[in-house]
Design a protein around this ligand. Structure first.
Ligand SMILES: Nc1nc2c(ncn2[C@@H]2O[C@H](COP(=O)(O)OP(=O)(O)OP(=O)(O)O)[C@@H](O)[C@H]2O)c(=O)[nH]1
Ligand SMILES: [Zn+2]
Length: 355
């Protein structure tokens, strides 16, 4: 097996150089995430691997390997291998889980396919949300309109998406009959990794299936054995398609918050952001009661669509909420750290006194 087939390239090789030591570490990619173990692919083929305890003792959840990560692997063919390090990520999508905190949804993908369907489910606000996430991830967004065969108003949908996308390519496809696939396919090269963002039923699996000429994406929870017993996948998998492209499939994509994607928000709504620079006051809230607000003026003149503006306000609120929440978490963590420190300090003083 050649790791280059799995998207390994000069970028990762440059970072891996630091680990090319006597320990015989090899580069590998995480292809599935289980509860306590990972599946990795490398020149030694497909194997199960665990974290090297000393490398990950104090690691935060986000610093542990996730689907799509490249790692430095101590390979033990036929036995459980050991993951020493996660190589720096080129692109990333994070997700804030209320129960377990921030985690990596996917890493090291080249394209974010923002998928919506040309029917009643069509939702521009959702695409703007996905655009925000995509821009923030560092990968190139592409907008895909599926089920082009089911509408006679395709141009109407395309037009709206082209306005919302500000130059992001928009591709209509019919995954059942194959229309539009060649144009989309032309965008990709062998070894490119894709993630798909889109609600349930918009046709993500069908699209991947059509691109690859095979069915690969719907994955049921599988069980695999290792020495320690059974474990179940958390549905986070990476597939190498027959056409040489790689797809990351994770259910986390279906309900993503924007997290702290402030850069993504600026990109997605850069029309409003640049209007805002023309407001009279630096701290203008761009609401109706603000004097000389360029955003309000554009709304009145009709050059700025109300729906677009409302979605911006909504996502900005979500962002502010996430930032506040994050501050509270940080404060709590700081407090905990001080508690532990002062406890150790007290213990040390006591030990000294007892000597
Ligand atoms: N007519 C038509 N039907 C499509 C097209 N793409 C998908 N479908 C149908 O839409 C339904 C949902 O497609 P899926 O590919 O399973 O959707 P999904 O986004 O993967 O759904 P989840 O796995 O729930 O996230 C299926 O019945 C598909 O056959 C298309 O381009 N044209
Ligand atoms: Zn304003």
């Amino acid at each position: 097996m050649n790791i280059n087939d799995y998207g390994y390239n000069d970028y990762f090789a440059a970072h891996f150089a630091a680990y090319e030591t006597s320990e015989r570490l090899i580069p590998a990619r995480i292809s599935a995430v289980f509860k306590h173990v990972y599946r990795v692919v490398s020149e030694d083929g497909e194997q199960l691997a665990k974290l090297k305890t000393s490398s990950f003792r104090d690691a935060l959840r986000v610093d542990r390997p996730s689907i799509g990560d490249f790692v430095a692997l101590e390979s033990h063919p036929g036995d459980t291998s050991l993951i020493h390090q996660v190589l720096p990520r080129k692109t990333i999508i994070l997700r804030d889980d209320p129960d377990i905190g921030e985690q990596v949804v996917a890493a090291n993908f080249d394209y974010c396919l923002l998928v919506c369907s040309a029917n009643d489910d069509f939702n521009l606000n959702r695409i703007e949300r996905y655009l925000t996430i995509a821009w923030n991830s560092g990968a190139q967004p592409l907008i895909i309109v599926t089920k082009s065969d089911l509408t006679d108003q395709l141009d109407h949908y395309l037009q709206q998406l082209e306005i919302a996308g500000f130059g992001v390519p928009v591709y209509p496809v019919d995954s059942i009959h194959g229309d539009g696939l060649t144009e989309l396919q032309a965008h990709f090269a062998v070894g490119d990794t894709l993630v798909l963002l889109g609600s349930s039923g918009v046709g993500k699996s069908s699209l991947v299936n059509a691109l690859a000429g095979e069915y690969k994406m719907k994955t049921n929870a599988i069980r695999e054995d290792d020495a320690k017993g059974k474990h179940t996948t958390t549905h986070r998998e990476l597939h190498l398609l027959h056409n040489g492209m790689i797809v990351i499939d994770t259910p986390g994509m279906r309900s993503l918050g924007i997290g702290q994607a402030s850069t993504g928000l600026e990109e997605t709504f850069h029309d409003i952001e640049s209007l805002a620079e023309q407001c009279r006051f630096h701290d203008c809230a761009h609401t109706e009661d603000q004097p000389d607000c360029a955003v309000q003026q554009a709304l009145t003149e009709g050059t700025l669509p109300t729906k677009h503006y409302n979605n911006w306000l909504k996502l900005k609120k979500e962002l502010a909420y996430n930032e506040r929440k994050n501050n509270v978490t940080q404060l709590r963590q700081e407090k905990q750290k001080w508690k532990t420190l002062s406890k150790t300090h007290k213990q040390n003083s006591k030990n000294r006194a007892n000597r």
